[in-house]
Design a protein around this ligand. Structure first.
Ligand code: ATP
Ligand code: MG
Length: 355
């Protein structure tokens, strides 16, 4: 276990969350949907983890399960989630209430669905301060103003009196961040927080989240389908495919030495700045797996250009790379292996023939 420093009552470093063999299965008329299936990882205090994967890979269900927000009906949970060393998986909402807001905060894709359209911004920020921290009305108003200034909202005093529809999308997302920061959480979950925003505003919001993280020594889980979004804003990246964690590495390392052909395919679907804006995004051919009857062996094998019989028969375990234990992957023939290079050369030769 890593060293823990303690200053002014708050632990500054060490492991914050330990997820072990976590599964979230849904009973549906079609069968059991294995949305999250045996996921394990740890997250350190003050660090930012990017969770990436195509649509339907289980990113949202994974984050909601860790936060204890997954509705219980028809859901079967397995494994363990330890938060600050305590098991929290399967706790009742009543038991989680002390954790939400105060310890774990969250922001979602569309602030319009999370903000109350009928309530002034000021009151929406003041409520958690009064309810969770027991502040007086005056203290809560002063803190709300400071929080809006922290998230770089100009004319904070006037904004407190406005309703959500009076603000732009980017400003509303800043308000959501201010609300999330109100009680000084240890961790922030941000699920596609910038998808609805244009590129410039997107970068500003991601920078703001990072700035708040550093100032508050808060951990961040940033969920997105876009590897480009997490590139400059995370310490580590976890890649999800079909409910499984298939690769995890420090961000720089992942970009420099990815192992999974799926990660490579995601990488190729990042829009490149030097290409004209009308260039079509490369999407990964084939369909994501059916989570009721997932493919045998590696779940990516039916779409993987490098797959062999072994990939279609045996599921590869998530193992650390030989030279860096912080980088793990689940693949029999990873990028750069002799089998991968051979298959790649064969495919390239076929392409030349067709051309
Ligand atoms: N309550 C539920 N009942 C049944 N299936 C569900 C339920 N919630 C989610 N799923 C399924 O679980 C899978 C994972 O969903 P999830 O929302 O986590 O994907 P995601 O990676 O967040 O995708 P996106 O990028 O589109 O947000 C999907 O196949 C989804 O249809
Ligand atoms: Mg999602």
């Amino acid at each position: 276990m890593s060293t823990q420093l303690q200053t002014s009552g708050r632990i500054e470093s060490g492991t914050l969350i330990e997820v072990e063999n976590l599964s979230t299965h849904f009973s549906t008329p079609r069968g059991v949907v294995r949305a999250v299936d045996g996921v394990s990882f740890t997250l350190e205090r003050g660090k930012a983890l990017g969770v990436v994967g195509e649509s339907g890979s289980g990113k949202t269900v994974l984050s909601r399960t860790i936060m204890g927000l997954q509705p219980r009906r028809g859901t079967r949970l397995g494994g363990s989630v330890r938060f600050e060393g305590k098991e929290i998986l399967g706790l009742q909402p009543k038991q989680m209430r002390g954790v939400w807001g105060k310890e774990m905060a969250m922001i979602f894709q569309d602030p319009m669905t999370s903000l109350n359209p009928l309530m002034k911004i000021g009151r929406q920020i003041e409520e958690p301060l009064r309810n969770h921290l027991g502040m007086t009305k005056d203290d809560a108003t002063a803190t709300a103003k400071r929080l809006l200034q922290d998230v770089r909202i100009p004319e904070a005093e006037r904004r407190l009196q406005q309703y959500p529809h009076e603000l732009s999308g980017g400003m509303r997302q800043r308000v959501m961040i201010a609300i999330a920061m109100a009680c000084g959480p240890t961790i922030l979950f941000a699920d596609e927080p910038t998808t609805a925003l244009d590129v410039t505003v997107q970068a500003q919001i991601l920078d703001l989240i990072n700035e708040q993280r550093r100032e508050r020594n808060m951990s961040v889980v940033l969920v997105t389908h876009d590897l480009g979004v997490v590139a400059g804003h995370t310490d580590e990246i976890a890649v999800m495919y079909g409910g499984k964690l298939v690769e995890k590495a420090p961000t720089r390392r992942l970009f420099a030495a990815m192992k999974m052909p799926y990660t490579e395919a995601l990488m190729q679907s990042i829009p490149k700045l030097e290409e004209p804006s009308h260039t079509r995004l490369a999407t990964i051919p084939g369909r994501p797996p059916d989570l009721v009857n997932p493919p045998v062996g590696c779940r990516f094998s039916p779409r993987c250009p490098y797959a062999s019989d072994k990939c279609r028969e045996e599921e590869p375990p998530l193992i650390p790379t030989a030279d860096d234990p912080s980088h793990s992957y689940a693949c029999w023939y990873p990028v750069g292996s002799p089998e991968y290079l051979e298959a790649r050369a064969r495919l390239d030769a076929q392409k030349v023939k067709v051309a």
